[in-house]
Design a protein around this ligand. Structure first.
Ligand code: ZN
Ligand code: ZN
Ligand code: ZN
Ligand code: ZN
Length: 490
């Protein structure tokens, strides 16, 4: 740890242990927006393969192009011999084990089982000095990770611990190492650490690619109004300042989806990370402003369509009362619309999963219409419906309609996310690309400029993703000024 502390000191960072909070990362100098605070490769990582992301990916860089299967185990893929070589010391041991796994059991190789197999291998290679260790890349850091699940054992379902033990046994079955080389109890403990410390590795557009363990990044705590953001550049985790961070400030990122009321955010943190957030936003829980905001984001709108008031539950449970004009909206009317939404939602998702996109668009538009009657314009549910419509319309290449839905989501994004959140930048980027495609050049310049303003802070300027954004903006600007000149008859 001392060695790590020394290295972090060189980067103007310190780790402090605060009672009730545990380890925290603090700045030892000022950081400007967009500046890299910390960047690290994973101690171990694996690509994901699931319904949202069904394609195979390179074991090392997560690319899904030019893949070749490992000819020995037929389980892992690589996009190039360079990636295969980088992963070889780990995979050569893993490959021996995977080769022996029966076809039937291969199905049980979920990403978390595979990540744990890799963690065991990495630890062994470290002991054998086959893989080098550094101050920020060693098994001791994994040991130092805190498992909050174990701290709150009474609150956690016993079944979870039984499950971890079963998973540890499966890892043991896969590795088939002699008893002296494997500690099943430690593996079960590591599964509980993975549950609250593993990071989802995403591409530049925040689509999940894999899972990795970044022990130094894990020191950074959560806040619902974070001053920093974690993004990935291939396998590298990069933490950048989203705002001016003065010397002596705790560095914070967000662990969860920030679009939600305080109650919703706290529930997510409790369920996934086993702690109660006491950030600047959460300490307002139950105060007038917090109640208002949650009523706007997750509650109902006023019966009078011209009124912008927010509604609070009426004390004798008759319904909800507008805090601006005093109109009552009764419970029965609300639950009738809610049930209708629920019913159509089921149909919509069935037609979506069976590939009937046009049918599902009609259903989601009906839901949108009902939600406009039921919820406030900044409702998170309404935002989700519009996001779904946007996604389907993009797949159908209905650019014009997609653009209108993209534009509709932006005001809610700007309300629910910090002003420099990557999702805001990405939404402006999509809007800009659609406007450019539809010949709305001046609007495209405006949107792409906004996208660049946000994303240069969260994503830096050096990745191919950002280069593409900058060259699109240059092109759009050139075309806009050409159009302006020809309009002026020059
Ligand atoms: Zn690769
Ligand atoms: Zn192999
Ligand atoms: Zn919070
Ligand atoms: Zn009203």
């Amino acid at each position: 740890m001392d060695e790590l502390q020394n290295q972090l000191n060189d980067q103007s960072l310190t780790i402090l242990t605060i009672p009730e909070k545990g380890r925290c990362l603090f700045t030892a100098r000022d950081f400007s927006p967009g500046e890299v605070i910390l960047s690290d490769g994973p101690y171990v990582s694996v690509p994901n393969k699931n319904k949202e992301s069904p394609e195979s990916k390179c074991e090392w860089c997560f690319s899904s192009v030019n893949l070749k299967k490992c000819s020995a185990c037929h389980v892992v893929y690589y996009c190039s011999s360079k990636c295969q070589k980088s992963d070889w010391k780990m995979h050569s041991v893993e490959c021996q084990a995977l080769k022996k796994v029966e076809q039937e059991r291969l199905k049980l190789l979920t990403p978390s089982i595979r990540l744990m197999v890799r963690l065991c291998i990495r630890q062994k290679l470290e002991i054998q000095k086959i893989l080098p260790t550094t101050a920020r890349d060693n098994y001791k850091l994994i040991k130092a990770l805190v498992s909050r699940i174990l701290m709150y054992i009474s609150e956690v379902n016993e079944n979870q611990l039984v499950l971890y033990a079963q998973m540890a046994n499966l890892v043991n079955l896969i590795l088939q190492w002699p008893d002296s080389e494997i500690n099943i109890k430690e593996i079960a403990g590591n599964f509980s650490k993975l549950a609250c410390n593993a990071h989802t590795i995403c591409d530049s557009e925040l689509r999940p690619l894999g899972t990795g363990l970044y022990p130094v990044i894990s020191v950074i705590n959560h806040s619902c109004s974070p001053n920093s953001v974690l993004v990935f550049e291939d396998r590298l985790a990069v933490v950048r300042a989203m705002q001016q961070i003065p010397k002596g400030t705790e560095v914070s990122i967000s662990y969860i989806e920030l679009a939600g009321s305080t109650v919703t955010r706290q529930k997510a943190l409790k369920e996934q990370y086993f702690f109660t957030c006491t950030c600047a936003r959460c300490i307002n829980l139950g105060q007038r402003d917090d109640i208002k905001e949650s009523a706007i984001l997750e509650g109902y709108r006023c019966k009078d369509s011209k009124c912008n008031g927010f509604l609070i539950r009426y004390s004798d449970n008759k319904g909800f009362v507008c805090q601006q004009c005093g109109l009552l909206r009764n419970k029965e009317e609300i639950s009738q619309i809610t049930n209708e939404v629920k019913c159509i939602s089921e149909k919509a998702s069935i037609s979506l999963s069976s590939g009937c996109k046009n049918e599902s668009i009609l259903a989601y538009k009906m839901i949108e219409e009902l939600q406009l009657k039921l919820c406030n314009p900044f409702s998170i549910n309404l935002m989700r419906t519009r996001e779904t419509l946007l996604k389907i319309l993009m797949e159908l290449q209905e650019w014009k309609e997609a653009l209108s839905y993209c534009r509709l989501t932006i005001p809610t994004y700007e309300r629910v996310y910090p002003s420099c959140h990557p999702l805001i930048g990405l939404q402006y980027y999509m809007s800009g690309k659609l406007e450019w495609l539809l010949g709305e050049t001046e609007a495209a310049v405006r949107s792409l400029t906004k996208a660049l303003d946000v994303l240069r802070i969260t994503h830096g300027t050096k990745t191919s993703f950002m280069m593409e954004l900058m060259s699109k903006l240059d092109e759009a600007r050139a075309e806009a000024s050409y159009m302006l000149r020809s309009r002026n008859g020059e």
